[in-house]
Design a protein around this ligand. Structure first.
Ligand code: CP
Ligand code: NVA
Length: 303
């Protein structure tokens, strides 16, 4: 049984197979219109979601399956039923589960039961479905994933950055990150992966250092879901970590800006930069749909 909790649950070959297949889905929305016939896919959310919810719902529907969107708080799970019992019951009704989890360890518990394929639709540690769409977008925009790609991330090293970084070795990319010193700790499990994968990786506290001469500048919110209590402090601490036109003047010519969305104009990105790079950013959002289809095919072993 397959699970996708982190990009490294895929081999490099599987990663590229998914990107290729996602491109085929992009070119033909009806490519696999019966692939999930008779299958029900649970989409369980412990946190809010627009893109992940919609792209999975539409992907499953277009593949002939039935998506079932579930809010954790509306299940008995929200009243204390165990995660294990919930997973066991869902495994008896559904054929796969996408889970947006507060705690990555919950995904490990669910996947460890091996009762139903588990797809990570974002946890505190990883966002594999997002970065598959991101690398797909970069390839579509003409960047090579076979050597020489330079990516800078401006913001906190959490879910989106972690997945982008561990997949960077597959995409033969060098990755840099700029974050305030107090937020610069890389999760030990990610550090271990970066070392194992021999990822070309460098950390900066100044955005300029990370962005200089890069082809891709990626940013994400200063206040991730679940960090709302720290909102005010984070706004102050990250004030110098906004992707501005001035900062981008240091990037390589022909660079693009990526953002997983939702965006906060005037915080991690200016309204001007959002407007100028809306093409790459909204392609990323669209590609979530095509990528989810390829991910679902992989999870069911039909890719
Ligand atoms: N990028 C992303 O995962 O968006 P949602 O939170 O809207 O799903
Ligand atoms: N880092 C953000 C990503 C949202 C898609 C969060 O966790 O809220």
């Amino acid at each position: 049984m397959r699970h996708l909790l982190s990009p490294t649950d895929l081999s490099e070959k599987e990663f590229f197979r998914i990107l290729d297949r996602a491109r085929e889905h992009r070119n033909n929305r009806a490519l696999a219109k019966d692939a999930l016939a008779g299958k029900s896919i649970a989409l369980l959310f412990e946190k809010s979601s627009t893109r992940t919810r919609l792209s999975f719902s539409v992907a499953v529907t277009e593949m002939g399956g039935t998506p079932i969107s579930l809010e954790a708080m509306q299940l008995q799970l929200g009243r204390g039923e165990s995660l294990e019992d919930t997973t066991e019951v869902l495994a008896r009704y559904c054929h796969a589960m996408m889970v947006r989890a507060r705690d990555h360890r919950n995904l490990e518990v669910m996947a460890g039961m091996n009762r139903i394929p588990i797809i990570n639709g974002l946890s505190d540690l990883h966002h594999p479905c997002q970065i598959i769409a991101d690398y797909m977008t970069l390839e579509q925009l003409g960047f090579s994933l076979h050597g020489g790609l330079r990516i800078a991330f401006v913001g906190e090293p959490n879910n989106v950055f972690n997945s982008l970084a561990v997949a960077a070795s597959y995409a033969k990319a060098r990755i840099t990150i700029a974050s305030p010193r107090a937020y610069s700790q890389i999760h030990p499990a990610i550090q271990q992966e970066l070392t194992r994968l021999k990822t070309e990786f460098q950390q900066f506290t100044e955005p300029a250092g990370a962005v200089r001469d890069t082809q891709v500048v990626y940013t994400d919110t200063w206040v991730s879901m679940g960090q709302e209590a720290e909102e005010e402090t984070r706004r102050k601490d990250f004030a110098d970590y906004c992707v501005t036109t001035e900062l981008l003047s240091l990037a390589a010519s022909g660079h693009v800006v990526l953002h997983c969305l939702p965006a906060h104009r005037g915080e991690e990105i200016t309204a001007e930069v959002m407007e100028k790079y809306k093409h790459s950013i909204f392609e990323q959002a669209e590609n979530r749909l095509h990528a989810q289809k390829a991910i679902l095919e992989w999870i069911f072993g039909i890719l």
